[in-house]
Write a protein that binds this ligand. Structure first.
Ligand code: SF4
Length: 424
C-alpha cells in the first residue's frame, strides 16, 4: 500500500492526501485500476496480493460509503458480526498500525499531544486519537467495543463516539466460560446486532449471517492447516512478517477475502515445504514471539533473523484459538469465540496457550515485546515470567514501543537480544 499511495515521498500535506483518497474512493474506476494492478503484478506473494486487494477494497468502501454503513470496533469484536450484517467494520487500532507503517506516527502523536491526549496511553491509541482528531479516519455510523482484555479501547472509542454524537455499544465480556457466561454474551451480541441493523437501515438477514459464519469456518480450516505447516524445521516462512498479519486475523474472518487469503497462505507454505525452500536461509534458534512488534522501519528483525539466525517459528496473536462456529447459532458461536480468547479470564489461560505453542513449535526461547502503555499484555508478566522459568523456558522481555520510534532504544535492544541469543 505504501507504494500505491506514496504517502511518504511527496510534498502534499497529509490532509490533502486523505482528501484525494476520499475522492478516489468515490471515483471507483481508479481504485479498480489499482486493484487490477495488484492482482496481475509479480511483485507480491499470492496471499499478500489478496491482503493488498482487500485493503484497496476497504479504502473504497470506508471512504466511499455513507456513514451509517460503517461501524468502528476495537480489535476484540469479531469481524463476522459486521460482515454478517452487511456492514463495513473499521478497526482503528489496525488503522493506527497501518499509519505507523506509512511513517505517519510522529505527526499523529504531535497532534495527539496538542489535543491533550495523555502520554501514558497505549501509543496505538494516541496515534488513533491524533488521526481521528484531524478527521483523517472514515466516518462512523456506530461504535462497538468489548471491555476486556484491552481496557483502553473502550474509553478512547467512547470519547470518539461522544465527539461524533454516534451510538456507542459496549459488550461486557465475562471471564468464565460456563453456559451462563455464554448466554450472557450471546444476548448482548443479539441486541447489538439488531440495533446495528436498525441504525444502518440494513434488514437483518439470517442467510447473510449464516454465510459469514460459513466463510469464517472455511478460512479457519485453511488457517489451521497453515499453522500446522509452520511447525516444520527449518521454518518455511519469516515470522517477523507474520506478526503483522494480525490485521488479517482481525478483519478477514467472515468475508470471502478471508477464505482466499488463508487458502493462498496455506498453498504458499505447502509449496515452499514441498520444494525444500524457506524464506529465511540462516536459522539457528527457534523462538516464540509474544505480543506485537514495531511497525515502523527499524533494524530489529534484520538483526534477529538475518544476522543472528533467530527464527520466529510462531507468534502469540496470529493463532486460531477458537473452535469452528455453528451457522445455526451464530451469536452463541461468536460469544464462545470471544470468551475463549487466551487473553481473556485468568492469566493461566494465556500461559497454557504459550506452553502449548512452545511445545508444538519446538522453540528454544520466548521473546515478549513490552509495548509502551499496553496493560493487558504486561500486567501479569511477572506470573508468566515465573511460570516459564519453572518450565526451564528462557524468556527475553524487550521494552519498546510498536508505534513511537522515539521510545525504542535500538542500541540497548541490540545488546539484550544478542546476549539472549548467545545464552540459547
Ligand atoms: S497494544 Fe494493548 S493497549 Fe494497545 S490496543 Fe493493543 S491491547 Fe489495547
Amino acid at each position: 500500500m505504501r507504494d500505491l499511495f506514496s504517502l511518504r515521498g511527496n510534498t502534499l500535506s497529509l490532509k490533502t492526501k486523505v482528501r484525494l483518497l476520499r475522492l478516489a474512493a468515490r471515483y471507483t474506476p481508479l481504485l479498480e485500476l489499482l486493484r487490477l494492478k495488484v492482482r496481475f503484478s509479480n511483485g507480491y506473494r499470492p496471499h499478500d496480493r489478496v491482503s493488498t486487494e482487500f485493503y484497496v477494497w476497504m479504502m473504497k468502501h470506508l471512504y466511499g460509503s455513507p456513514a451509517h454503513r460503517i461501524v468502528w470496533a476495537n480489535i476484540f469484536v469479531p469481524s463476522e458480526l459486521f460482515w454478517g450484517l452487511g456492514l463495513i467494520p473499521f478497526y482503528p487500532e489496525v488503522g493506527a498500525a497501518a499509519a505507523v507503517g506509512l511513517g505517519l506516527a510522529p505527526k499523529a502523536l504531535e497532534w495527539a499531544d496538542e489535543m491533550g491526549v495523555p502520554r501514558d496511553l497505549c501509543t496505538f491509541h494516541r496515534v488513533l486519537a491524533g488521526l481521528a482528531g484531524k478527521d483523517l479516519f472514515p466516518q462512523a455510523g456506530a461504535f462497538v467495543v468489548v471491555n476486556f482484555p484491552c481496557t483502553v479501547a473502550g474509553q478512547v472509542l467512547a470519547s470518539e463516539a461522544f465527539v461524533r454524537g454516534s451510538p456507542f455499544f459496549t459488550l461486557d465480556l465475562p471471564s468464565s466460560a460456563d453456559d451462563e457466561a455464554v448466554d450472557y454474551l450471546t444476548s448482548q451480541l443479539e441486541d447489538v446486532a439488531y440495533r446495528l441493523a436498525e441504525i444502518s437501515r440494513m434488514r437483518y438477514s439470517k442467510g447473510r449471517m449464516r454465510e459469514a459464519i460459513r466463510l469464517s469456518n472455511q478460512a479457519r480450516a485453511y488457517a489451521v492447516e497453515a499453522m500446522e505447516l509452520r511447525k516444520a524445521t527449518p521454518s518455511p516462512i519469516r515470522g517477523s512478517d507474520m506478526i503483522g498479519h494480525l490485521g488479517m486475523v482481525i478483519y478477514l474472518f467472515g468475508s470471502r477475502y478471508g477464505v482466499e487469503y488463508y487458502r493462498m497462505l496455506r498453498d504458499y507454505i505447502a509449496r515452499l515445504r514441498q520444494e525444500g525452500h524457506t524464506e529465511q536461509e540462516h536459522q539457528r534458534h527457534r523462538l516464540y514471539w509474544m505480543h506485537l512488534k514495531p511497525f515502523y522501519q527499524c533494524d530489529l528483525f534484520h538483526l534477529l533473523e538475518n544476522e543472528r539466525g533467530g527464527v520466529i517459528a510462531f507468534e502469540e496473536h496470529t493463532a486460531v484459538w477458537w473452535e469452528p462456529l455453528n451457522e445455526e447459532e451464530p451469536f452463541r458461536s461468536l460469544a464462545r469465540k470471544m470468551i475463549s480468547h487466551p487473553s481473556n479470564g485468568p492469566v493461566e489461560r494465556r500461559i497454557e496457550k504459550v506452553l502449548k505453542d512452545v511445545e508444538d513449535f519446538r522453540v528454544d526461547g520466548v521473546i515478549h515485546f513490552n509495548h509502551w502503555g499496553c496493560r493487558q499484555s504486561q500486567g501479569a508478566l511477572s506470573v508468566i515470567r515465573r511460570r516459564l522459568r519453572q518450565e526451564g523456558i528462557p524468556l527475553l522481555e524487550l521494552d519498546g514501543d510498536c508505534a513511537d520510534q522515539a521510545n525504542f532504544q535500538e542500541g540497548q535492544v541490540r545488546v539484550r537480544l544478542e546476549a539472549f541469543l548467545e545464552s540459547l
